[in-house]
Design a protein around this ligand. Structure first.
Ligand code: FES
Length: 321
């Protein structure tokens, strides 16, 4: 995965809490091409990193093939001490290091029905999907949901891109507030559903799609939630079965963060609990599952967990690491 030395060329508020940040190569060269659903991982001053989806509301190929710039949409999380506050503080000319782009949330090229659902800042990968589908001449439905109209970013370019395919849903407007169960129930069988937003939205869509008999492979999702909220919880211990070493996981850190700091070699990606790459076997103890991947039955079995976000209900977990 290439490391990119980027410079901020523009940062503007597009809602009271969301900034659109444009980045170009420090050396003015073209950036790597990308497909809808791709993200880059921006490195933070504290050594951490945060994934941000590449936003594209332009259906022309120049926007994604050797593009001159990338655009991100970043929501400032309340009480953020990490990623979003750093990103919102960036000014024109500031340097940023990132890795990517990579894509685990691509849109199908099959000629089938497609329903796109975005909640809040979950718009960022979904708007790029609409652009890609439009470029291919493929039809789709787009549902964009938020608490209030002025909290929704990128509405103008989205409306120009989608036309009648776009429906906006606002919680504070009785006529437009989203009925996710009804929406999913109305989707044609065989269609693909793409949803990006908060945990409750993803779980509601997945549950309804399951009840309606949708194939699991036709429901695609990416989770957006506050990193700090996801890892918060009481402290507990993790024992690594291969060495017997025991680590204390404090309330404000994930298992991955603690083990990595201790030099344990781990494989992971999204750090949001939606890609499954960090899934680890649990040999003893009861996990507190916080991912959006496992089914209810898999959670109840308590024999695997996503160590990027999930925690423990028992005092100690023994992991097959
Ligand atoms: S890294 Fe993606 S689920 Fe843990």
């Amino acid at each position: 995965m290439p490391e990119l030395r980027l410079v901020v060329t523009k940062s503007e508020a597009v809602t009271p809490q969301i900034r659109a940040i444009t980045l170009a190569q420090e050396n003015d060269e073209a950036l790597p091409s990308f497909t809808a659903g791709s993200h880059i991982k921006v490195q933070l001053p504290d050594g951490g990193e945060r994934p941000y989806s590449l936003v594209n509301a332009d259906a022309s190929s120049e926007a994604t093939t050797d593009p001159a710039s990338y655009q991100l949409g970043v929501r400032l999380e309340e009480d953020s001490a990490g990623g979003s506050r750093y990103m919102h503080g960036l000014k024109e000319g500031d340097a940023v290091t990132a890795i990517g782009p990579e894509n685990q949330f691509g849109v199908t090229s099959e000629n089938v029905g497609i329903v796109l659902i975005a909640g809040g800042i979950g718009i960022t990968p979904i708007i790029s999907m609409a652009s890609e589908l439009k470029a291919k001449g493929q039809s789709f439905e787009f549902h964009y949901c938020g608490r209030t109209r002025n909290a929704l970013a990128f509405v103008e370019p989205l409306a120009a891109l989608c036309g009648d395919a776009l429906t906006i849903h606002c919680d504070d407007e009785p006529d437009t507030a989203v009925d996710l169960a009804g929406l999913v129930t109305s989707v044609e069988p065989g269609s693909h559903i793409y949803v990006c937003g908060p945990r409750g939205m993803i779980e509601a869509v997945r549950e309804r799609a399951h009840d309606c008999g949708f194939d699991k492979d036709h429901v695609h999702f990416e989770l957006f939630s506050k990193h700090d909220e996801q890892v918060a919880g009481g402290s507990f211990e993790v024992e690594i079965s291969s060495t017997g070493e025991v680590f204390t996981i404090p309330p404000d850190k994930s298992i991955i963060e603690v083990l990595e700091e201790a030099g344990v070699d781990l494989i992971y990606d999204c750090q949001r609990g939606d890609c499954g790459i960090c899934q680890t076997d649990v040999l003893e103890g009861i996990p507190d599952h916080r991912d959006v991947i496992l089914t209810d039955d898999e959670r109840a079995a308590n024999d695997v967990m996503q160590i990027c976000v999930s925690r423990a209900k028992s005092d100690r977990l023994v992991l097959d690491l």
